[in-house]
Design a protein around this ligand. Structure first.
Ligand code: HEM
Length: 417
């Protein structure tokens, strides 16, 4: 691929929300970094500096080495303003402490609380409810009369309903939760955010906090068999979880379980529309669905990055990384690495093996990976056999964000059986 970009410009794209709304530009930058400088120091306006890690092998190695590359205190790339806000919250003992912020031994104990819940045996119990919701949304597509914005009408709602059912929240609260998660995690996109500054993010966080405080009190008073009760009544080393820990746990489950899966489903459908041969292949052989879902997730890579901080001076690919410096793990780059994936820019519903890193790797490997794949598989099992035709009805638009992203609009026209 010929490019007019410099390596410095390519590096800065990783800290530029608008770059993620333009896939061609993003992948041009990532391919250049993989080729020219796979461990590259980025100084970008509005962000504290970091090392951009763009090769699959290096992302894997850093994630494996979780005692050398720590999640705390900077688990993801945020603006310098939000980094500063976190630092102040930390000083006041008010910072969010989710699984992604923690290292062992704390991380291990906290993860153990819900680990069983996300195992296949427990998930099997949810299959019926997920299929009922998937059917409901495919029926809704039929009711909409052959045209809709697939993101706002279906993809942004279905996974939220699943995760809120899992948590055990009433359907009447779903609208409020949808808005809150989008405001908090709509990243840097002005269309989705409540506002553009740290104070607005803080206000959205406080709304969330109030909501979950009431939930914890009610599940402590009347425990049920849902995930919210498990979290509200959990103990670590014989002590109940603190308010911050409880709140953080709900927040990570509600947020991590929602936009990510929405993006995978919307981007997956977009890929099928753009590759009608692959849609036809899937329609002819639905047993390809599990492979197709993994390929959709590789293709979309909803989570754009997590970061780690070096606990000691070290080296990656012969490049010296000093203690305290951050490394950014670029998942979209790892998932297009020519050294690992044959023809990485080909969308192939039968791709096997598919060693993508969209769910990360190692001790922080996505807790909800099985749930996410189950949701996507069931949704497409309901939709694909009913599709007689499908095409774009307008220009798809991507979210401008450096964190969890994907489509924010996917206008489609279709006929369903
Ligand atoms: C962590 C991706 C769906 C819950 C992560 C990580 C990634 C990721 C990249 C960090 C892994 C690492 O640092 O190595 C995704 C994608 C999803 C998805 C692409 C959908 C396609 C879900 C769902 C849930 C969930 C449905 C449901 C609760 C979590 C949690 C963590 C996590 C709790 C933190 C795990 C830890 O730090 O130990 N996810 N995720 N995710 N994810 Fe997901």
């Amino acid at each position: 691929m010929s490019t007019t970009m410099t390596v410095q410009e390519a590096g800065r794209a990783l800290a530029d929300p608008t770059a993620y709304a333009d896939e061609a530009r993003l992948h041009e930058a990532l391919a250049l970094l993989r080729r020219e400088e796979p461990v590259h120091w980025v100084e970008a306006p509005g962000y504290n500096p970091f090392w951009a890690i763009t090769k699959h092998e290096d992302v894997l190695e850093i994630e494996r080495n979780n005692n050398l590359f720590l999640s705390y205190p900077r688990p993801m790339l945020l603006t310098a303003e939000l980094d500063e806000m976190q630092r102040q919250q930390r000083e006041q003992g008010m910072e969010l402490r989710t699984l992604v912020h923690m290292d062992d031994p704390e991380h291990k104990k906290m993860r153990a609380i819900t680990a069983d819940w996300f195992k296949p045996r427990s998930l099997r119990r949810l299959e019926g409810r997920i299929r009922e919701l998937a059917k409901r949304y495919v029926d809704r597509m039929a009711e909409l009369g052959g045209e809709c914005d697939f993101v706002t009408d279906v993809a942004s709602q279905f996974p939220l309903y699943v995760i809120l059912s899992v948590l055990g929240l009433p359907e009447s609260d779903y609208g409020r939760m949808l808005k809150l998660t989008q405001e908090l995690f709509g990243g840097d996109d002005p269309e989705l955010q409540r506002g553009a500054n740290a104070e607005d993010t803080m206000a959205a966080l406080m709304d969330f906090f109030e909501y979950f405080k009431e939930l914890t009190a009610s599940r402590r008073a009347n425990p049920t068999d849902d995930l919210a009760s498990l979290i509200a009544n959990a103990e670590v080393d014989g002590e109940p979880l603190s308010d911050v820990h409880t709140f953080s746990y709900y927040t990570i489950v509600a947020s991590a379980g929602h936009d990510t899966t929405s993006s995978a489903i919307a981007g997956g459908l977009h890929a099928l529309i753009e590759h009608p041969d692959q849609l036809a292949r899937l329609q002819a052989d639905l047993s390809l669905m599990p492979l197709a879902v993994d390929e959709m997730i590789r293709w979309v890579t909803p989570v754009k990055q997590f970061t780690r901080t070096a606990a000691e001076d070290t080296e990656i690919r012969g490049v010296r990384i000093a203690k305290g410096e951050s490394v950014l793990l670029s998942y979209p780059s790892a998932n297009r690495d020519e050294e690992v994936f044959e023809d990485p820019f080909r969308f192939d519903v039968g791709r096997d093996p598919n060693k993508h890193l969209a769910f990360g790797f190692g001790v922080h490997y996505c807790l909800g990976a099985r749930l996410a794949k189950l949701e996507a598989r069931i949704f497409f099992e309901e939709l694909v056999p009913r599709l007689e035709s499908i095409e774009l009805a307008g220009e798809p638009q991507l979210i401008a964000t450096t964190f969890v992203g994907g489509l924010k609009h996917l206008p489609i026209r279709y006929t369903l059986k």
